[in-house]
Design a protein. Structure first.
Length: 255
């Protein structure tokens, strides 16, 4: 049996802010920016709408087209946490399988993973038609409890011992992911996750030093793609859903 290190991507590895502008998403698909803004304060009942939005980001386009569109909005200043890269390298040296886990579609995540030397991904799954274009249909939304279930399925298929494995995340939205393994590490956590980690005596890592994502890439890679803004957007969207859900639960408890 093998050991894994599961890493959330946005704000655990990528040092992006959820308040980042949505101009890149707007370039990928007209009117998506407006839809994202409307859903930032959504709640659990809007999951179906969220799935439609994520699908619309890639709908009607091939992987090659998406990468070309993103390259037009190239942002050289995308930063990653140096501490996260050190953790990834540590696990590789220990012989552990490193897996990126993200609510973003695979086409969004895989180039970053390739440049970081990470082959294993657990992401939102989107349908592709016989011509190789995305239909806009989301087959699996990698979010919340579903993210934890996907990790368990991955472990079963790949003979991973979850009790010996690690999970790294920054947000309360990834609590199910953290609970799915034996070793939980919260990185630059939000207030709710920090309180939960302290209550459970989980390890907390705070790191602030960053470096350009391109430092992990060949010089020619700067001419290809960058997905930080999309991931920040999706992260903000999902965080809005979780906060609304938690707020509603607190109100119900008081009532």
């Amino acid at each position: 049996m093998k050991t894994c290190a599961f890493f959330n991507l946005d704000k655990t590895i990528l040092a992006s802010e959820n308040t980042q502008k949505l101009s890149l998403v707007d370039k990928l698909k007209p009117n998506i920016k407006k839809s994202v803004a409307q859903l930032l304060n959504t709640n659990e009942s809007n999951i179906t709408q969220l799935k439609s939005l994520l699908g619309a980001v890639v709908e009607g386009k091939s992987e090659k087209e998406i990468k070309a569109l993103v390259s037009e909005s190239l942002i050289d200043s995308t930063e990653v946490f140096a501490g996260a890269l050190d953790l990834i390298q540590h696990h590789k040296e220990q012989g552990h399988t490193v897996v990126l886990v993200s609510a973003a579609p695979r086409v969004v995540v895989e180039v970053i993973a390739e440049k970081m030397g990470i082959e294993e991904l657990i992401t939102t799954k989107t349908e592709i038609d016989s011509d190789g274009h995305f239909t806009g249909r989301v087959l699996f939304l990698c979010f919340g409890e579903a993210k934890a279930l996907a990790i368990k399925d991955y472990a079963r298929i790949n003979q991973i011992t979850l009790a010996d494995s690690f999970a790294y995340a920054d947000s309360m939205m990834d609590l199910p992911m953290l609970e799915s393994v034996g070793h939980q590490v919260v990185c630059n956590p939000d207030n709710d996750l920090l309180k939960e980690a302290q209550r459970r005596s989980w390890e907390v890592k705070m790191y602030f030093d960053t470096q350009s994502l391109w430092q992990k890439m060949p010089s020619t890679a700067k001419k290809t793609v960058i997905f930080g803004p999309i991931l920040a957007t999706i992260g903000a969207l999902l965080l809005g859903i979780l906060k609304s859900k938690m707020s509603n639960k607190k109100k119900e408890t008081k009532d």
